[in-house]
Ligand binder design. Structure first.
Ligand SMILES: *[C@@H]1O[C@H](CO)[C@@H](O)[C@H](O)[C@H]1NC(C)=O
Ligand SMILES: *[C@@H]1O[C@H](CO)[C@@H](O)[C@H](O)[C@H]1NC(C)=O
Ligand SMILES: *[C@@H]1O[C@H](CO)[C@@H](O)[C@H](O)[C@H]1NC(C)=O
Ligand SMILES: *[C@@H]1O[C@H](CO)[C@@H](O)[C@H](O)[C@H]1NC(C)=O
Ligand SMILES: *[C@@H]1O[C@H](CO)[C@@H](O)[C@H](O)[C@H]1NC(C)=O
Ligand SMILES: *[C@@H]1O[C@H](CO)[C@@H](O)[C@H](O)[C@H]1NC(C)=O
Ligand SMILES: *[C@@H]1O[C@H](CO)[C@@H](O)[C@H](O)[C@H]1NC(C)=O
Ligand SMILES: *[C@@H]1O[C@H](CO)[C@@H](O)[C@H](O)[C@H]1NC(C)=O
Ligand SMILES: *[C@@H]1O[C@H](CO)[C@@H](O)[C@H](O)[C@H]1NC(C)=O
Length: 464
């Protein structure tokens, strides 16, 4: 080892980014509130502490949460709602008002560290908000400076669909419809303000699209003997998450910004889902999230093949299973906790618990696609008033969808709302699933592999 190497090492050791508190490895949690059965904000903060989380992201600027976080050592990311981005982008007064109302009263006692402008804006259908995003970030940043909120950085979380190509990682490229007009100014802003590129990155979504091509253990960050060597960069990968993160780094590099730091604004794995969904179970969720904690809390930091040894701040999605999230069943099953506050599986975000110290997990039962018939029936505890509305909606969509539950029909008896609605949901879903129809009905419906047919009444089914 020569003299120069020694100088270089000393410089690295002294460089502020490695010694400032911000770059300590810390895992956090995304605290979403889309449930009608969740604990209070102060109870939730207590649970966040118990999980060992040192960061939290909220999806608005909820006053009760920010108050409850006061005096804790938890670093907070607060979100500026999508709806006001366009107005803020042209109105400094409005930006100032927002920061003054939502941030100033809580800073510095609540450790607000990041203002995230919008949520996955580029995943929404194209509209002017795309192009107003960076102008709004500049306005918010100016307000932050004006109010002297020195420790706050401004960013915006984007999903992996901001990229049009992520494989091989060296081929990472931002989408051509946003590259010049949105991403380039964004990277310039992040570079100038020494902020982070916030990315929502789920190996789960990559895996479910290609379960036959991608090894599940590779997506779960389990140790395997699988490696992938990028033919262009020559870098070797041992898990899917590193591949995805590096594709973002290469995409930034292509636009001339190779040094902007990454911040994982969301990652996670669902602990449950619908019968027709694959790989969503407690075993996989626990395995993935524990591996994420292990990887990103490691000392010295591991980084990724493109950026070895670099700390990547990471937030796991989500604190709770949220029963009011729309979409497939997995969307309502990303929580580390049930709505009653108990753990879905043991997990310690502080990184102090070794993987071997956790008790055994229930074996996964749905790592292979389900084969057989499925029905769509009324969910437990469904609101009866809403159910009547959903029943008439389902019956009005197709031709003859609900004929058998009319008087004299084979499924008329028993003549009650729940049985009739279950028939209507099954009938609707079997007809429209191929066109994107879902078994959800605002949470009133769930899939089942148990045949609800009775006597001569046959419920229509979906066959997988
Ligand atoms: C544009 O998208 C944003 C979210 O990105 C949304 O809040 C807004 O309502 C949309 N505007 C229009 C006109 O569709
Ligand atoms: C944006 O500003 C316009 C014009 O002042 C106003 O009508 C509209 O309600 C504002 N939108 C939001 C989401 O605040
Ligand atoms: C900017 O926002 C402020 C505060 O909401 C409002 O009073 C003002 O009318 C807005 N200006 C314009 C040009 O919309
Ligand atoms: C690289 O990305 C481009 C799109 O940006 C895509 O067309 C091409 O197929 C990718 N190359 C490989 C080897 O996948
Ligand atoms: C490597 O993977 C192959 C194929 O899955 C397996 O047969 C073999 O036992 C593995 N070797 C080690 C050392 O894990
Ligand atoms: C900003 O860009 C300059 C020029 O490319 C580079 O030297 C610097 O490292 C970048 N800083 C960050 C924080 O990305
Ligand atoms: C909390 O909810 C889960 C899931 O519904 C249930 O299995 C568990 O028993 C509940 N725990 C308590 C303490 O009520
Ligand atoms: C039940 O649904 C109806 C209609 O959607 C709604 O007005 C009512 O508030 C709901 N009741 C409960 C207890 O959620
Ligand atoms: C219902 O039947 C009519 C006439 O056969 C047809 O034009 C229409 O597309 C059908 N609608 C649906 C939703 O299947």
């Amino acid at each position: 080892m020569g003299f120069f190497t020694f100088i270089l090492l000393s410089l690295v050791a002294l460089s502020p980014s490695f010694t400032s508190g911000e770059m300590e490895p810390k895992i956090g949690i995304c605290y979403g509130q889309l449930g009608n059965n969740l604990p209070t904000q102060s109870k939730s903060v207590h649970l966040i502490k118990k999980l060992g989380a040192k960061r939290v992201k909220i999806y608005d600027a909820n006053t009760k949460i920010l108050k409850a976080l006061k005096g804790t050592d938890i670093q907070v990311s607060v979100m500026v709602p999508n709806e006001i981005i366009s107005n803020i982008s042209t109105n400094q007064t409005l930006a100032d008002e927002w920061v003054k109302t939502n941030v100033v009263p809580f800073y510095p006692k609540t450790l607000i560290r990041y203002l995230l402008v919008g949520n996955e804006i580029l995943s929404n259908p194209p509209n002017t908000t795309w192009f107003n995003l960076v102008p709004a970030m500049r306005k918010i940043r100016w307000s932050v400076k004006k109010f002297g909120l020195k420790k706050i950085k401004v960013g915006t979380p984007l999903a992996m669909d901001a990229l049009e190509s992520s494989f091989p990682p060296s081929n990472g490229t931002f989408r051509s419809d946003v590259s010049e007009e949105v991403i380039l100014p964004l990277l310039r802003f992040l570079n100038r303000t020494k902020s982070f590129f916030f990315v929502d990155v789920y190996t789960y979504f990559a895996w479910i699209n290609q379960p036959a091509q991608i090894n599940l253990q590779y997506a779960l960050l389990e140790p395997t003997n699988i490696t992938y060597t990028d033919p262009v960069s020559g870098l070797t990968y041992t898990n899917l998450l590193d591949q995805m993160l590096d594709s973002v780094i290469f995409a930034m590099e292509k636009l001339g910004y190779p040094n902007i730091r990454l911040f994982i604004a969301e990652t996670g794995w669902p602990n449950g889902g619908d019968v027709d969904q694959i790989g969503a179970n407690i075993y996989n969720a626990a395995t993935f999230n524990r591996n994420v904690v292990k990887k990103f809390m490691a000392k010295p930091p591991i980084g990724t093949p493109a950026r070895p040894g670099v700390v990547i701040p990471t937030l796991i999605f989500a604190l709770y299973n949220e029963n009011q999230k729309p979409g497939p069943g997995t969307e309502r099953h990303f929580g580390l906790l049930y709505p009653n506050g108990s753990y879905v599986y043991p997990i310690d975000l502080s990184g102090k618990t070794l993987k071997s110290e956790y008790p055994p997990l229930p074996k996964p039962t749905n790592n292979e696609p389900y084969k057989g018939e499925i029905w769509c029936v009324v969910a437990k505890g469904a609101n009866r008033t809403a159910l009547a509305g959903a029943l008439s909606y389902a019956c009005s969509q197709g031709n003859g969808t609900c004929d058998p539950i009319q008087p004299g029909g084979k499924c008329y008896k028993p003549n009650n709302l729940v049985t009739h609605a279950s028939y209507a949901f099954s009938s609707y879903w079997s007809q429209f699933r191929k066109n994107g129809g879902t078994c959800y009905f605002n949470g009133l419906a769930v899939q089942t592999a148990h045949n609800p047919s009775h006597g001569s009444c046959k419920f229509p089914s979906v066959t997988l």
